[in-house]
Design a protein around this ligand. Sequence first.
Ligand SMILES: Nc1ncnc2c1ncn2[C@@H]1O[C@H](COP(=O)(O)OP(=O)(O)OP(=O)(O)O)[C@@H](O)[C@H]1O
Length: 226
Amino acid sequence: MTEIAVEVSDLNFSWETGARVLDSCCLSVPKGEFWMLLGTNGSGKSTLLKLLAGLLTPKSGKVQILHPVGFVFQNPDHQLVMPTVGADVAFGLVEEKLPISQVRQRVEDALSAVNLLELQRRPIYALSGGQKQRVAIAGAIARQCEVLLLDEPTALLDPDSQLELVAQVRNLVKSRGLTALWVTHRLDELNYCDGAFLLEQGALVDRGDPERLKQRLMQVESSAAE
Ligand SMILES: Nc1ncnc2c1ncn2[C@@H]1O[C@H](COP(=O)(O)OP(=O)(O)OP(=O)(O)O)[C@@H](O)[C@H]1O
């Protein structure tokens, strides 16, 4: 039987200020798969991801997710806090109180996984946007995260770094048995995923074949523009 890594049932959420943002959302992502979350601006994608990560609390409904969970923000400057690459990846391990040799091993393994081992001592400010996102992903790998939640991680990247990052996440998912849910507006990224969800005004209206969902989103966006 397929093991499920992320399961959401009948999830509802509204902000203090008023209107409902998520309306009876149900979704499940099989373990070891790479899924994407699509939807027009303001449809609730980031809110859904934050609920999955436990950064927000649902009004009602249920979230079940394999732990630990790693979150990658659109802007890496919002999550990288230490002065150098190696120190930032190690920082996420502080609470585990591991012996220094194990910390070193986890950091080196995680940086190798994202091809950044040789930049271990480099200051964060000297990295490109794509390298910063890879440091954020290395942080999640070092913490041995089962699930990666990525909120438009390529939005600030040029097309080459964009496709390099999405290919790398796909490789990590497949080589390490991780599960990833990736929010995107960039439809060329859909070529890399196993399946996708389409969110419209807070409701999950479609799921499955990425190519079909791509066509459907393009129709929604073109009719909204008319
Ligand atoms: N902190 C907040 N307080 C109140 N309303 C918010 C807050 N954050 C987002 N919203 C509103 O919630 C709705 C859903 O926002 P969300 O960011 O989840 O959408 P999204 O699909 O990720 O959008 P985008 O594609 O533009 O990033 C929007 O109407 C937004 O204005």
